[in-house]
Design a protein around this ligand. Structure first.
Ligand code: SF4
Length: 350
């Protein structure tokens, strides 16, 4: 029995919760997709349009959709190494002996996948692969990493992993052996976790959950700096994952502790109990945005290729300049504007 349900009643019969067998129906929402929608509705559409519409997108948009930005690279490697470390301990009760080496291995795989993706880009008959890693945006656009840049990235990775190893986190896990450990599998093996809040499918792409019937922990690794904004966003995500743990495995919300691991600092989560009214506020906010997205989504799907018109481009150049969809005219316009500005403020050459 659940102690509390915030889901606004049971889902409709036709929309039974299907994870882990299925992907979330579209449209769905998460903190990050809501942010994408607010920054640029067109970007949301390129990334989330239903398959029947996506089939009509040009190949370059389909390719660009899968790219990972440069500033995600460190987090991606650290996340995979720590998950591997936990899986190893769970399987054989031994921790990874050389975390730096494991990090190098993950980097190699990501670079390999990015190189392969380039070949797909240049061969229009090649099938777009669905893999565990996403290709790096910079490599796709021909802005290769120099050895010095890669060393700097790996130094950041190693610093985070050293903090993790010395933090006492592993010892904390060892005394929680009797908990069920949940570590999401790669997307080729299992869909991204999600759940229904009423009739709204919500993504809950957690890093790590452990629970027993009466108690649970939700933990997320963070490789970025701890700022007011990043802490707020982490807290929102963790609470959504607590909602998932409550819905999926029936752990009472009152008995779920959530905590982010800030790997530039201490490496041990500062746990707090789930704040039910805070979670309710998040659901309310998501629901408001989801209602708009759902209506537009239906119109966009019905209009097929016209869908993009229903999801307009942002007029904020800042979002366009860092956007992965460089085939979009918004990107080209923003870069042109930036060039003109730079020329205007550049000192006259002698
Ligand atoms: S380039 Fe700009 S307008 Fe186009 S999808 Fe990206 S953010 Fe939106």
């Amino acid at each position: 029995m659940r102690s509390k349900s915030l889901n606004g009643g049971e889902p409709k019969a036709m929309k039974m919760k299907l994870w882990p067998d299925d992907w979330a129906p579209k449209p769905n929402i998460s903190i990050s997709t809501m942010k994408t929608y607010l920054e640029c509705p067109r970007k949301f559409w390129y990334s989330n349009a239903p398959n029947e519409v996506k089939r009509q997108f040009q190949r370059q948009y389909k390719l660009e959709r899968n790219l990972t930005s440069d500033n995600m690279l460190v987090g991606q490697i650290v996340d995979e190494v720590i998950k591997g470390d936990l899986k190893l301990y769970r399987a054989i009760r031994d921790w990874t002996s050389d975390l730096h080496h494991a990090g190098q291995g993950v980097l190699k795989e990501i670079l390999k996948c990015s190189e392969e993706y380039l070949r797909v880009r240049d061969n229009k008959d090649a099938r777009i692969p669905f893999e565990d890693h996403n290709p790096l945006e910079r490599i796709y656009y021909g802005e290769d990493y120099s050895p010095i840049e890669l060393d700097a990235k790996m130094n950041q990775v190693n610093r985070c992993l050293d903090i993790y190893a010395k933090s006492g986190f592993r010892e904390f896990m060892e005394v929680h052996w009797e908990y069920e450990w949940q570590i999401p599998l790669p997307v080729t093996k299992r869909p991204v976790p999600w759940y229904f809040v009423g009739n709204m499918p919500v993504y809950a792409s957690f890093d790590f959950i452990m629970y027993r019937p009466d108690h649970g922990y939700v933990i997320d690794w963070k490789t970025g700096k701890r700022t007011e904004a990043s802490m707020k966003s982490a807290r929102e995500q963790l609470h959504l994952y607590a909602g998932f743990l409550n819905t999926e495995w029936n752990v009472p919300l009152d008995n779920i502790h959530v905590g982010a691991v800030w790997l530039q600092e201490s490496g041990m989560p500062e746990f707090e109990p789930t704040d039910v009214s805070f979670l309710n506020d998040i659901y309310r906010n998501l629901r408001d945005h989801f209602a708009i997205i759902e209506t537009k989504f239906e119109e966009g799907t019905a209009a097929e290729l016209l869908g993009a018109r229903i999801f307009p481009m942002t007029d904020n150049d800042r979002f366009c300049r860092y956007c992965q969809y460089r085939s979009c005219s918004g990107y080209k316009k923003a870069i042109q504007k930036r060039r003109e500005y730079d020329e205007m403020v550049a000192p006259d050459e002698e």
